[in-house]
Design a protein around this ligand. Structure first.
Ligand SMILES: CSCCC(=O)C(=O)COP(=O)(O)O
Ligand SMILES: [Zn+2]
Length: 208
């Protein structure tokens, strides 16, 4: 069994704190959502499947390898493959966060295929964006209980959209976002939440 390092426990603490914050906003109801952070050796700290993400303890964060295989005998998130495929594609990504928020769910009901966010000052919360005069697209995928098939659809999208993808929505489910640290991923998460909220209010729930 692999020994857990100081780095593992530091990242685990960051994920636990992120979970508390995300839950305080109501974005991980019941046992929904999952979080991960990459370690310098390529292994990944990730939430154990089925735990309440707002009440995580050190025991609820486990260690997997880059392929998603458990290194400590615990059962990783059911959606582990969605995390490992992001790390594999984007070497700079160090954290992946997946909330199940009302706004992501409503956004997928209001918009088909993607939501375009443009001309918002808060776009500057995304790494690499320095002006409101830009646009980003957040793709929307159909939900699927077959996670490898869902991961394949995400992969296919990312094969064709190589720049400025900061996250994606899974309809009727939640969204995924990531960043170069847990803090960066959390900033992207909050910004997306705000922008989804604005777009929902703008386009009106009456269209649902
Ligand atoms: C009760 S939420 C259903 C599963 C899910 O979508 C999720 O995000 C949590 O799954 P995990 O295995 O990571 O706890
Ligand atoms: Zn989920």
């Amino acid at each position: 069994m692999t020994v857990k390092t100081d780095e593992f426990f530091r990242k685990a603490d960051q994920l636990i704190a992120a979970g508390r914050f995300i839950d305080s906003k109501g974005w991980v109801p019941a046992t929904s959502g999952n979080f991960s952070a990459k370690l310098s050796d390529g292994n990944i700290a990730i939430t154990v499947s089925g735990r309440h993400k707002g009440r995580l303890q050190a025991d609820d964060i486990m260690l997997i390898d880059s392929k998603g295989r458990s290194l400590d005998g615990k059962k990783p998130s059911a959606e582990t493959l969605l995390h490992t495929s992001i790390y594999q594609r984007f070497p700079d990504v160090q954290a992946v966060l997946h909330p199940h928020s009302i706004n992501a769910t409503l956004t997928a009901r209001l918009f088909k295929n993607e939501i375009v966010l443009k001309d918002y000052e808060l776009l500057k919360a995304f790494t690499g964006i320095n002006t409101h005069e830009t646009r980003i697209a957040i793709p929307i995928f159909g939900n699927d209980q077959d996670i490898p098939r869902l991961a394949g659809k995400v992969e296919n999208y990312l094969d064709h959209h190589t720049h400025d993808v900061y996250g994606y929505i899974i309809a009727g489910h939640g969204f995924y976002t990531w960043g170069a640290s847990v803090d960066d991923a959390l900033r992207h998460l909050e910004a997306l939440e705000f922008l989804f909220d604005v777009e929902i209010r703008l386009h009106g729930v009456t269209r649902l």
